[in-house]
Design a protein around this ligand. Structure first.
Ligand code: FAD
Ligand code: SF4
Length: 316
């Protein structure tokens, strides 16, 4: 691990000022992803800004009737919140499908959104990886790609985003609230938050250097049946091969977002519009542009069957 300096901050303004003064600084929240990456020298920040003292750890109702989830709310607390369990059950279920109890006790809302891919070549510093070392190539294209993306891929990177929570937040139309180092604030719809890999897969979100996530807001509850189905190699403590987050209304309309298939939670309006027609039509819309590898094409069938199973369960 490379040497770094460490600072605790107590206000978002102090955090932003510190980020502005120290190029290459990183925020640290639960540390469950960042510290692993630092030990492997995949991430080498010279300065860590500990945001745990910012008080961004509450879940408050919004004036519109939704929920505002502080960036530091732990995954365990968010999953257990009575309002989340009642009105946004897909989110609670997705959180509980992720990691382990011990990790969820540390992992935060913002850190979960910003966790890095689990592509094995990203973690193996002896392998080319455009995301870790821009311009070095992509070992996964000709390598082991069983867990990789089916859609939204580029010739530079076929990695997936590993978060379960983000898939549920996408189906719930979540919005990310941030503060930039100059003090300006912005709200970013989760669909616009993650960048497509293109030729720059190392740039994963639209956040600018030093931009701090302060909260994630959910719109008022939409009702309906909430399902999160995660298909993985083990029953626990494993990332999704394919996951489906669904909110289905009694009239048969609804929304679905998929995890494990793209660089971000994969949801398309054209696919949502097909939900009353059934799983095949939804699948066709979601995967029209799919570019599977020989190793991961089984995930197309898996996605279709998981969608069918979830829609059948929702209608029952
Ligand atoms: C063994 C293991 C299994 C796991 N399994 C799953 C799983 O099945 N499903 C799943 O979804 N996840 C899984 N995870 C990932 C886990 O959910 C993430 O590591 C965790 O959510 C990250 O949150 P954190 O607060 O610890 O982030 P940190 O490690 O502290 O930070 C992660 C990133 O977010 C940045 N950051 C943190 N807070 C802010 C902020 N407020 N503003 C701007 N940037 C910020 C940091 O700079 C860093 O780049 C697993 C992790 C491990 C180690
Ligand atoms: S898929 Fe992306 S993360 Fe994996 S080796 Fe290729 S460039 Fe790196």
């Amino acid at each position: 691990m490379r040497a770094f300096t460490y600072q605790r901050v107590t206000t978002p303004a102090e955090a932003a000022a510190s980020a502005r003064q120290t190029p290459g600084a990183k925020f640290i929240a639960g540390g469950t992803n960042l510290l692993d990456l630092m030990k492997l020298e995949i991430e080498t920040p010279g300065h860590l800004i500990d945001v745990n003292g910012l008080g961004l750890d509450t879940i408050e109702p919004t004036a519109e009737g939704g929920l505002r989830i502080g960036a530091l709310v732990r995954n365990t607390d968010l999953a257990a919140d009575e309002r989340v369990r009642r009105d946004y059950a897909v989110l609670s279920r997705a959180l509980l499908a992720g990691a382990s109890g011990q990790l969820r006790n540390r992992a935060t809302t913002a850190g979960n959104l910003l966790q890095r891919t689990r592509c094995p070549y990203f973690y193996d510093t002896h392998q080319p990886c455009n995301k870790r070392l821009p311009g070095s190539g992509c070992a996964a294209l000709e390598g082991f790609s069983r867990q990789h993306a089916l859609v939204g891929v580029s010739d530079a990177c076929i990695a997936t985003h590993p978060s379960d929570m983000a898939v549920a937040m996408r189906v719930l139309d979540a919005v990310v609230e941030t503060v930039k180092p100059d003090g300006s604030e912005r709200r970013i719809a989760l669909d616009d938050f993650y960048r497509a890999p293109g030729t720059t897969p190392h740039l994963e979100t639209v956040l600018t250097p030093g931009e701090l996530i302060v909260a994630v807001t959910l719109p008022p509850p939409s009702g309906g049946t909430h399902i999160y189905r995660k298909v993985r190699d083990r029953a626990s403590y494993a990332f999704a091969l394919v996951s489906v987050a669904a909110v289905i209304q009694p009239d048969g309309t609804g929304r679905v977002a998929l995890g494990g298939v793209a660089h971000k939670p994969w949801r398309l309006d054209t696919a949502d519009a097909q939900i009353p027609q059934g799983a095949q039509a939804v699948y066709d819309a979601l995967f029209a542009g799919a570019k599977p590898t020989p190793e991961n094409q089984f995930k197309l069938i898996l996605a279709k069957r998981t969608l069918a199973s979830v829609l059948t369960e929702a209608r029952a």
